[in-house]
Write a protein that binds this ligand. Structure first.
Ligand code: FES
Length: 124
């Protein structure tokens, strides 16, 4: 679903933003995070300088570890802002996080029901 909603364009913009980061940012493509209804999604993981994971490390799962931010319903035009916020230490960008996007869903919407179902499955 993320691909259908523009994740390829989003990834291209992320790579453009990362190219301007003097090696401080690496872009990896993930798989499905189970947040399809809210895609495309961006996961930002902050690491100590010099400790960037290799390109295949831990890329397909959410870790909920400190320093991990999950953004949903991300538009390509928002990527540069996300990258800049995390590089300058002002991130996460609160209004675009998974929690903010989920909170903005009307409670009775089919999307909200699917998101709640995914959350319940993950908690088992
Ligand atoms: S396809 Fe993107 S989270 Fe499932």
């Amino acid at each position: 679903m993320c691909t259908a909603n523009g994740s390829d364009q989003l990834a291209a913009r992320a790579r453009d933003a990362a190219a301007l980061s003097a090696g401080r940012c690496r872009v990896l493509r993930g798989g499905c995070y189970g947040l399809c209804e809210l895609g495309p999604n961006v996961v930002v993981r902050e690491h100590e300088q010099g400790e960037l994971p290799d390109e295949n490390a831990d890329r397909l799962s959410l870790t909920n570890a400190p320093g991990e931010a999950v953004y949903c319903v991300v538009a390509p035009a928002q990527v540069a802002t996300l990258v800049a916020a995390h590089l300058d230490g002002t991130g996460p960008v609160q209004g675009w996080t998974r929690a903010a996007r989920e909170a903005a869903l009307p409670a009775a919407s089919p999307t909200a029901a699917r998101v709640r179902a995914v959350r319940r499955r993950r908690q088992r």
